[in-house]
Design a protein around this ligand. Sequence first.
Ligand code: DGL
Length: 263
Amino acid sequence: MNPDQPLLFFDSGVGGLSVLGPTRALLPTAPIVYAADSAGFPYGTKSEAEIASRVPALLGRLVERFQPRLVAIACNTACTIALDHFRAALDVPVVGTVPAIKVAAEMTRSGAIGVLGTEATIRQRYVDDLAEQFASGQTVARHGSSELVELAERKLAGSLPSVEEVRSATLPLFEQDGGEAIDVVVLACTHFPLLEDELRQAFPQVSWVDGGAGIARRIAFLTRGQPWPDSCPDGIALFTGAPPGGPLLAALASYGLTETANL
Ligand code: DGL
């Protein structure tokens, strides 16, 4: 294993930064390639067939170009649709991101949890199975919001969303039958932890859980004993669409992604 072999993170946009952040905290000198399929963004409003055909082709190109030691697919939408398919298509270890329903089900006191994801994620059989396996007998309300995804992108691009915007995009989760009892919400889209400050202010009585820290631990576990560079190399952010500008460049740099390129 070459110490310069990177960890490759993949998402439709900036959401994967919520997984990269905790990973960098555990593996501070890990070389990082972060790929955003910005030309395909958003994934949450696409069909299963579109995601299942688009993502493996992109991942295949990325793996060929960067020879990563591990691929983290930091996107619930892609993973709940076709994680096994991606694993089968790639010849490197793959870590996926799926809704942290088990954690929420263990935390709830009221027996009512929420799953906040994209429209595509919340309709997946994968989510039904997690709910059946880990939260049977509990209320599991779901809400899909492309608006929250957009707000997170906007925030990283320098235009801060108001607490009210985040509140009104999230409110339908609590307005469903039994929704008023929800005390724990799973952030089942990697974009949403980027809005955690606003979510906490909007719904102070609720606990929010996401998979970022658990995925970071999994990455550290799978790469244990491997050599790393002595100091942190410049991370690379790749975009399939238009190159990022202004405030987004600063946000990427705060995650160690100081170089940008097109894919
Ligand atoms: N960040 C992604 C997820 O975890 C996808 C958001 C989108 O492109 O709609 O689901």
